[in-house]
Design a protein around this ligand. Structure first.
Ligand code: SAM
Length: 329
């Protein structure tokens, strides 16, 4: 009997120790430097790329979701987003800015399969290095370090601005929205896919949702999640949008990604040999966050948001300005 108690005691101690370690080693957002450092580390050790492939974003499993290979679901996501954004109708040579490009998974598909001329930016120098290494000659995608909160590009530089899952790292979503729209040419298109929180102006976060949200932010260097409604309003408020900001909720087709990403650790045991004990511990420490993400997206605390906006054309801007002037008179 005392052996059973000793065993249970040990289990409890391990559990408490594990939770304490999880909380203490969280990668809280401090500045864009903390984001850059986290991605540099994740890129240098190669673990994320080994399990997640060249796309650091969720997969698209269809509606209703179908069983699919994890990496296929990720590249499918890019094609689904192209079609949803109406980018498949654009001519070859269209210039695209991929904001928060990771190691260039989307950028390469946009360049190879659609003939676009892509520039990818990320805050992480290691990601720029790896994205460049992974891009074969002849694929029109180039990468550079730049801060999405204050981009180095002049106004109206690109036909399309594209961004996947970078928004939660941005400390000021209004500035992020403005920067995205600012660099689009008049008549050009913005397509964004992002993790969002439920709009808490409508239903405030309850007792269990608040600490869960806290961990989702702190574990992966996120200052805050927007809501789908809130970010659409911020885009509209930039004054650059012609017409409506179109949104969609892709929580359902992306939901299997969370468990699938844990499953990768089991179906790819060679990772154990490749990354050793420290790699195993590093991967294991992400499992609670992946489960919390699954919980949050499965219960409505979080939602996967899609955003599409068209930058007002210069004629439209002139007409709007003329109307504003006539109202003043
Ligand atoms: C979750 S990853 C997504 C990467 C890529 N879009 C993909 O789907 O594979 C988030 C990306 O946003 C980038 N990022 C975060 N904050 C940034 C900032 N202030 N400026 C530019 N990129 C940033 C990170 O470096 C990383 O590449």
């Amino acid at each position: 009997m005392s052996l059973v108690f000793a065993f249970l005691g040990l289990l409890l101690a391990l559990l408490i120790g594990g939770v304490a370690l999880y909380l203490i080693t969280a990668r809280q957002y401090q500045s864009s430097n903390s984001v850059a450092n986290s991605y540099d580390e994740w890129t240098e050790d190669g673990i994320l790329e080994f399990y997640w492939g060249e796309h650091i974003h969720l997969g698209h499993y269809g509606t209703p979701p179908q069983r699919k290979d994890f990496l296929t679901a990720k590249s499918d996501f890019v094609h689904e987003m192209v079609v949803w954004g109406g980018l498949d109708k654009l001519p070859r040579g269209t210039t695209v800015l991929d904001v928060g490009c990771g190691i260039g998974g989307s950028s390469r598909i946009l360049a190879k399969d659609y003939g676009f001329k892509v520039t990818g930016i990320t805050i992480s120098p290691q990601q720029v290095k790896r994205a460049t290494e992974l891009t074969p000659e002849g694929v029109d995608a180039q990468f550079q370090i730049d801060d999405a909160m204050a981009m180095s590009f002049p106004d109206a530089s690109f036909d399309v601005v594209w961004s996947i899952e970078a928004g939660p790292h941005m400390p000021d979503k209004a500035i992020f929205a403005r920067e995205l729209m600012r660099v689009i040419k008049p008549g050009g298109i913005l397509v964004v896919a992002d993790w969002n929180q439920r709009d808490d102006r409508q239903i405030p976060l309850n007792l269990w949702e608040k600490p869960v949200m806290r961990q989702l932010l702190d574990q992966w260097s996120h200052p805050a999640f927007s809501s789908i409604e809130g970010f659409a309003e911020l885009l509209a408020e930039t004054g650059f949008v012609g017409g409506e900001v179109v949104t969609a909720d892709w929580t359902e087709p992306t939901l299997p990604s969370w468990i699938d990403s844990i499953w990768q650790g089991i179906v790819k045991p060679e990772g154990l040999v490749r990354f050793g004990l420290s790699g195993f511990i590093k991967s294991l420490r992400e499992v609670p966050t992946l489960l919390l993400m699954r919980l949050a997206f499965g219960t409505g605390l979080c939602r996967f948001g899609m955003f599409r906006a068209v930058r007002s054309s210069s004629e439209q801007l002139l007409t709007e300005r003329a109307i504003a002037e006539s109202v003043k008179v």
